[in-house]
Each structure stands twice: as structure tokens, then as C-alpha cells.
Design a protein around this ligand. Sequence first.
Ligand SMILES: [Zn+2]
Length: 266
Amino acid sequence: MKSLFILLISVFIASGCATHQSPTGRGQVLLFSSQEINQMGEQSFAQMKQQEKISRDKKLVSYVDCVAKRVTAVLPDQSVNWEVVVFDSQQVNAFALPGGYIGVYTGLLKVAENADQLATVIGHEVAHVLANHSNEQVSRAQMTGMGMQLADAALGAGGVSNKDLYMAALGLGTQVGFILPYGREQESEADVMGVELMARAGFDPNQSMQLWLNMAKQGGDQGPELLSTHPSHSHRINDLTKMQAQVMPLYQASKGKVQNSCQKAK
Ligand SMILES: [Zn+2]
């Protein structure tokens, strides 16, 4: 079974349909169509909404919604109608899923002190989706050990279900008990793209460094996606500092265009 599985995967790769390039020029193996990956995002989000407590705090929800709307308004593809949900949980975490879904935990709002810092996280999460990192992760999981478990499960040996696999790969690992963290290159890519998105949306890119400083102070309590130790906080802050000259003009150019200042709920 093992060799058959590897053979099948090799055929996938050899057929050439799987070779792609990330926005910064990395080679990516993407085994799923955008339709398939969007469906996984949709199903995972539906499950999150069932399992997690959804915040009913109207002021808080409209604040998060305001920041998310401004970030998604500058995306190249405006055909997606992004759904934003605030989860009532102490976890310092947020995620974005393919198909147009954003989840923010109330715990994050204690670390992200203002709209610019919240936009840093939302920009970062949306960038993971934009750069096909979700597809890359699910594909990677499929091809490596997780794929083996998946094959076992398919044979009736129990274990990881298809849905558990892709939820873990989409960064929702705590829900299913195992986590597939993004790699260092994916994290850097999301930082670079995210800070550009926030600047275009009229959020002060300077605040991105402060956000990661706050995260560093927070210590071990972060959620799985933001917990990622690669790159380290100091490495990340250095890279973002270097990017300021590049993104400041985008921020300056956005001034006057932005109507809503997204006031943080008290
Ligand atoms: Zn990330």
C-alpha cells in the first residue's frame, strides 16, 4: 500500500499539474484545485462555528469586521465575499481560510492594542490564503506521513479522517488534536505580503513591529498559528523594520481614501 501511494503521488507530480510559484518565487506543490481547497475552507469554517463560542458583543464584532473589511477591500480578487466571525476565547489567535473566511479570537484583541495591530494579524492571515499556503500545506500533508495515515484510514484502520487532515493543514489543528505549523518561508512570505496589504488599506505599517513585540511579551500563550517560532520574533521584527521604506509610500497614498477609522471597542 505504501509504495502504491508514493507511486500515485509521483504520478501527480510528474504530470506537471502540481508545479506552481509562490508570490515571492518559491516553488510550490499544489495538489488541489482552488475549487477543492475553497470547499475545504468552507467546511472547516462551518465546523469552527459549530464548535467554538461565537462572540455576541456587537461593538467588538463591528470593530473586527471594520478592520477585516478594509484589508479585504484591497485584495486583487474582489469577487470573494469574506465572512468574518469573532470567537469568544482567551486564545491569542486568528486564521483565514480559502474561500473567504476570517476567524479572530477575542484573546487576540488584548495583544493587538489598536486597529493597525489587528490589521497586521489579519493581513498576515489573509496573505497565507492568497499565497496558496493552505493548498501547499494540505498537499504536503497528503504527500508525507499524514498521507500514510490517511491511506490507512481509507482502508478502515481508523485514525485520521480526511476532514481532520485538512483542518490541521489549514491551521485549525487544536480542533482535531494535531497541528501542522506553517514553515519559516511561508511565515516570512505572509509577513511581507501582509504588511503591504495593511499599508494599502490605510493601516500604519509601523504598528506591525509593535504587534510582534507585544506577541513576544505575551510568551507561551499564543494560539498555534501565531505561536510559530520560525521566524523568531526578533527576526520577524527586523524584516518588518527593513520593509518600512517600501510600504510607507503605500500607506501615505491610502490617506484620504479610507473612510472608516475602525474605532476599537472599549
Ligand atoms: Zn502565519
